[in-house]
Write a protein that binds this ligand. Structure first.
Ligand code: COA
Length: 329
């Protein structure tokens, strides 16, 4: 028996913000952004487009792919750091847009690792509780609303978008694979490395926090870079060894799309050929919880995956959190 992905979908907003556009906003250059990050452009949601709206579009595409109806869903989990509101959850708002009223709904916050965390948690729930037969997981972010468009250190890095998968419990004798192994990890002593300082219970919103621009994402870029490469590579090795799968058998490594140099460094550490490392960071930048699942949907929809293929997901983000999932398609 396995918990399998039976449908994928994604959505990115129409508005494209290029490196050349950013040159007019902050002291930067297309050349600097390309060489340091690999990013060429990113998508930006419109003012009236919330995370639940992007999640809705990705979810509908995934449900059409899986040929299921909203009523079939038993669980909806939204991984995001940019929920529509502080409460209720974006998953509940999405539920009402989908009219999927048989589902239990919650959000999960593990920053850029949120989709990987959600996969493992939903896999565990579906494995232990027979009432969860079909689940929808979404990674979605409207990072443009957390981006300080006056800070060149961060504003060139992020973008908006959503990706979705439908999971189903399969028990047929021909049903191979599923989620073979997962590694979830965190180290909260690094909680200051990537953060939005104000707007929570520690420092509530006030005229002063707004004036000091404390509601935007800040990051210690170089420190994050080093930790990200080492931890993602180790997490991948961990799931491969537990599943007894060699890296040479993996069809796709899908790393979190934060920075091309990080992606290359992880691939090199794992000694996987570069053509097996999926890259779309040049088109979307870092979309946090959405990044791995948007990439997965692109692979599926362009027919770059076959039944039985091994797919290795890995991500790293604020917290800090990181992890890996090994899937068999
Ligand atoms: N345009 C031009 N110059 C910029 C710039 C920009 N957009 N952003 C920063 N710089 C400048 C810095 O001010 C610094 O100038 P200085 O030497 O005069 O002080 C110089 O470029 C080098 O900055 P540095 O931080 O050393 O660059 P870097 O090579 O480490 O690259 C990042 C910066 C952010 C691209 C890189 O550290 C990174 O990708 N880190 C990981 C970030 C990440 O992926 N986070 C999300 C994880 S989920």
């Amino acid at each position: 028996m396995g918990i399998k992905i039976i449908g994928t979908g994604s959505y990115v907003p129409d508005k494209v913000l290029t490196n050349h556009d950013l040159e007019k906003m902050v002291d930067t250059s297309d050349e600097w952004i390309r060489t340091r990050t690999g990013i060429v452009e990113r998508r930006i949601a419109s003012d009236n487009e919330a995370s639940s709206d992007m999640a809705y579009k990705a979810s509908v595409r995934a449900m059409e792919f899986a040929r299921i109806k909203p009523d079939d869903l038993d669980l909806i989990v939204v991984a995001t750091i940019t929920s529509d509101r502080i409460t209720p959850s974006t998953a509940c708002i999405l539920q009402s847009k989908l009219k999927a009223y048989n589902a239990a709904c919650f959000d999960l916050q593990a920053a850029c690792t949120g989709f990987l965390y959600s996969l493992e948690i939903v896999n565990a729930l579906m494995s232990t509780n027979p009432t969860y037969r079909k689940a929808l997981i979404i990674g979605v972010e409207k990072l443009s609303m957390l981006t300080d468009w006056k800070d060149r250190n961060t504003c060139v890095l992020f973008g908006d978008g959503a990706g979705a998968v439908i999971l189903e419990k399969r028990a047929g004798k021909h049903d191979i694979g599923g989620i073979l192994a997962s590694k979830l990890a965190s180290n909260g002593s690094y909680n200051d490395l990537i953060k939005v300082p104000a707007g929570g219970s520690a420092i509530p919103t006030s005229p002063e926090t707004i004036k000091k621009r404390m509601h935007y994402l800040s990051m210690e870029g170089q420190e994050v870079f080093k930790l990200a490469v080492n931890e993602m590579a180790k997490a991948c090795q961990d799931v491969l060894s537990r599943a007894k799968v060699d890296i040479s058998e993996v069809r796709w490594l899908i790393p979190h799309q934060a920075n091309l140099r990080i992606i290359h460094a992880v691939g090199k550490k794992l000694e996987i050929p570069s053509e097996k490392v999926y890259i779309n960071v040049h088109m979307y930048g870092n979309t946090s919880a959405a990044s791995v699942v948007i990439a997965l949907d692109e692979i599926v929809r362009t027919g770059k995956i076959d039944r039985g293929d091994y797919v290795l997901l890995t991500a790293f983000g604020a917290g800090i959190t990181w992890g890996a999932n090994l899937l068999r398609w």
